[in-house]
Design a protein around this ligand. Structure first.
Ligand code: ARG
Length: 466
């Protein structure tokens, strides 16, 4: 292949190394499907505008359909020395229908073409990633269901704070991922604007029915300004942001599971199938997949910040810098997909060591309950806090906890303590005492669980319907 899309302008062939440097076909071949979809619609739009004869349009559509089929059947077909996927598809078209194929690019530029391709791609991929994120949510929800009433400590500053249900811990992570799912909804909405008709920068001089084209391609609106549209990659930045934050959340799940499954904690047991051994130390069972998720979150954050940096200095209109969007997008996509699948696999096979979590949920982390007890007997919270602080200091000095206190011991601290203090100062009583809907009260947690279960069912039904 000696010709390029712009050969007429130059007397000499491009320098091979420089041409290779600025080519994007090696990676933008991922847009093949969307590029052909966009071109099929463009052929129809050109025919409706009277730019193409019906015969040419029919021949071009048939050939594009064949190109699509061939590429689907054999991905290795989508390769060659072309500059990018757009040049590849056009070359294939001309090879099949000759002269008519050369009319495809009428009124269109690669600037609005790559934008439509990317928007179609992002909308598809965001939907797919939502499926993966929901896979993790579903695994967390199932584990929360089987955790039942098991107790564990909640931590602040990684120090034991208050008792919670294990289910509450699991559903906390599910909530964060649910926000990610909503963020991908927003990304799909942002990408939902049809840019064809923008041309290179100033718009197309053919009477293209852009609204019809939008409807044909499944967009609900048309972009507002050709100059903006040909250089707008905000939807890519939003996608990268959604990916980065999803990775941050997956990384935090990973970190919790790494810590809580360590010998020191022993709250959870990771399934053998999702861990690795050591080449040297026979006893080791390492959480490699979780560590890798945690590590890859840095990479997803880098893709977002890198892309923002690439965009920030661009003058108006299309600039080749924009080509950098693709590797960022594809890499973030692959990272989220792989990581979500790994976390879902780990979570779904997790076992909870109820005895360990329960044991860790008793002791001095019940101090707030003791203070609340005194408050229920009329003491001001600040005074109660100070008094319980003194009790804790005493207990620490003698290496004991609240359970070791006899009734006379309690009453020596305050005569507000009655016999019922013993029953009130337990991990179980602590969770039962919580009253707000977002709390770890078992009834509130059961409701949260059924809300998330219903949400997952709806999401699944929407997906199957749409
Ligand atoms: N490969 C290019 C990209 O990804 C396609 C658009 C090229 N446009 C141009 N004027 N060179 O941005």
């Amino acid at each position: 292949m000696t010709d390029h899309l712009w050969s007429g302008r130059f007397a000499v062939a491009p320098d091979a190394d420089v041409f290779g440097f600025q080519s994007s076909f090696a990676f933008d071949r991922r847009l093949f499907e969307d590029d052909v979809t966009g071109s099929l619609a463009w052929v129809e739009a050109l025919a409706s505008a009277g730019v193409l004869s019906d015969a040419d349009a029919a021949a071009m559509s048939a050939a594009l359909g064949e190109i699509l089929e061939t590429g689907r059947r054999d991905p290795s077909f989508v390769a060659g020395a072309d500059e990018d996927v757009h040049a590849f598809v056009e070359r294939q078209l001309v090879a099949r229908v000759g002269e008519a194929g050369k009319r495809l690019h009428t009124g269109r530029s690669r600037n609005d073409q790559v934008s439509v391709d990317l928007r179609l791609y992002v909308r598809r991929v965001a939907l797919d990633l939502q499926g993966h994120v929901r896979g993790v949510i579903s695994a967390l929800v199932e584990q929360a269901g089987s955790a039942g009433q098991a107790l564990m400590p909640a931590y602040t500053h990684l120090r034991r704070a208050q008792p919670i249900l294990v289910a509450h811990f699991l559903l906390a992570h599910a909530e964060a991922l649910r926000r990610d799912d909503a963020r991908f909804d927003h990304v799909r909405d942002e990408a939902d604007a049809m840019p064809l008709g923008s041309g290179a920068v100033a718009g197309s001089s053919y009477a293209i029915d852009t609204a019809g084209l939008a409807a044909r391609l499944g967009f609900s609106r048309v972009v507002a300004n050709s100059l903006d549209a040909t250089a707008d990659r905000d939807f890519v930045a939003s996608f990268l942001h959604a990916c980065a934050l999803t990775m941050v959340h997956l990384s935090r799940i990973a970190e919790d599971l790494i810590i809580f499954s360590s010998e020191e904690f022993g709250f959870f047991e990771l399934a053998d199938a999702v861990t690795t051994g050591s080449s040297l130390m026979p006893q080791k069972k390492n959480p490699d997949p979780l560590e890798l998720v945690r590590g890859k979150s840095g990479r997803a954050i880098g893709r977002l910040t890198g892309w923002l940096a690439s965009m920030k200095g661009l003058p108006s209109g299309y600039n080749k810098d924009l080509q950098e969007d693709k590797e960022a997008l594809f890499d973030a996509e692959d990272t989220v997909r792989g990581s979500a699948a790994a976390v879902a696999a780990v979570v779904s096979r997790l076992s909870v060591s109820g005895a360990r979590t329960q044991a860790a949920a008793s002791g001095l982390l019940l101090a707030t309950e003791v203070a609340d007890y005194l408050v229920s007997r009329g003491m001001a919270f600040r005074d109660a806090h100070a008094l319980v602080g003194r009790i804790v200091r005493d207990l620490l000095a003698s290496g004991r906890d609240f359970e070791s206190l006899s009734m006379p011991d309690w009453r020596a601290f305050s005569d507000l303590f009655e016999d019922d203090v013993v029953a009130r100062v337990t991990a179980r009583a602590a969770v039962d005492a919580r009253q707000t809907p977002q709390s770890t009260n078992p009834m509130a947690v059961a409701e949260a669980l059924s809300r998330l279960t219903a949400w997952l069912q709806n999401a699944r039904a929407d997906r199957d319907a749409g």
